[in-house]
Design a binder for this molecule. Structure first.
Ligand code: PMP
Length: 285
């Protein structure tokens, strides 16, 4: 079925949704994006996604040529135009078309694009049995080189690690930062339960501050689970009672094996199950 895509100021059929070959989003991955999910016709934490998009854009000196309200409206309009109540939304802003040189000041017309689609979910079995993951040799970009807090159109760092995961037969891979500390996975944040505490790496570990991560931290606190940001090593994960990942598509997904070490009982644990249930309740509210 042909989708309807939002391009800059209007909805167009997908075959009319085109960008220039001179767009720096294509030439250099120069641009920013968000991935969101709608439940029963409502985008989960739309404002938080819009704010993060604006922060990413600010960090790369990209001025988004619309108001936040107009972009939020475009997201909702695109979902409606595609008849989607439960779907996935990709919102992106490119630098716009320019010369073949790097200079962003010689580009014009940033492209604001919204694509809505059905969501492809991890199979149910992954939630019931938990994921096996491996550590990628590819380190997460060092924040002093390029901050992982910017959700940029250049995801090669993550893709390199994802390839390693796939080669090892895993759908996700753990990424360490330049200090060898746990950062995150290729498209998900990571949590560990240790001695009853729920721990997750802080932003300065070199991570994207996930919207789902933020929601899970709030849910944990309101369920009386002590949740803290902490520097984690692989040893902390290997010896954890439980481990899980969070992300827009994955929601909350248990990890039961890391680098061949079985985590905790080797089965999804009670804290993970509690937070997954709480997350489901929150998104369906
Ligand atoms: N880390 C990375 C690198 C990601 O790409 C994502 C997915 N956008 C996440 C974490 C999870 O973020 P969120 O919960 O906002 O989807």
């Amino acid at each position: 079925m042909a989708r309807i895509v939002f391009m800059n100021d209007r909805l167009v059929p997908e075959n009319e949704a085109r960008v220039s070959v001179f767009d720096h989003g294509l030439l250099y991955g120069d641009g920013v994006f968000e991935g969101m999910r709608s439940y029963s016709g409502r985008v989960f934490r739309l404002d938080a996604h819009i704010d993060r998009l604006w922060e990413s854009a600010q960090a790369i000196c990209l001025k988004i040529p619309h108001t936040k309200e107009a972009v939020a409206q475009a997201v909702n309009d695109t979902l409606a135009a595609n008849g989607l109540t439960d779907g996935y939304v990709r919102l992106l802003v490119t630098r716009g078309a320019g010369t073949l040189g790097l200079d962003p000041n010689r580009t014009k017309d940033p492209q604001v694009i919204v694509i809505a689609d059905t969501i492809s979910l991890y199979p149910r079995e992954h939630y019931e049995k938990g994921l096996r993951i491996v550590t990628a040799a590819t380190q997460r970009t060092q924040p002093a080189a390029l901050s992982p807090r910017i959700k940029s159109l250049n995801y090669l760092n993550n893709i390199m690690a994802k390839l390693e995961g796939l080669q090892a037969g895993c759908v996700e891979a753990l990424m360490l930062n330049h200090k060898g500390e746990v950062a995150e996975c290729t498209g998900d944040n990571i949590f560990a339960v240790r001695k009853g505490l729920l721990l997750t790496p802080p932003p300065d570990a070199g991570i994207l501050e996930g919207i789902t991560r933020g929601a899970v931290m709030e849910l944990a606190r309101s369920a009386g689970i002590d949740c803290r940001e902490a520097t984690l090593t692989r040893h902390d994960l290997y010896t954890a009672e439980e481990c899980f990942l969070t992300g827009t598509a994955a929601e909350v997904i248990p990890v039961v094996e890391i680098d061949g070490r079985s985590i905790g009982t080797g089965r999804p644990g009670p804290v993970t199950a509690k937070l997954l249930a709480a997350f489901h309740a929150l998104v369906r509210q």
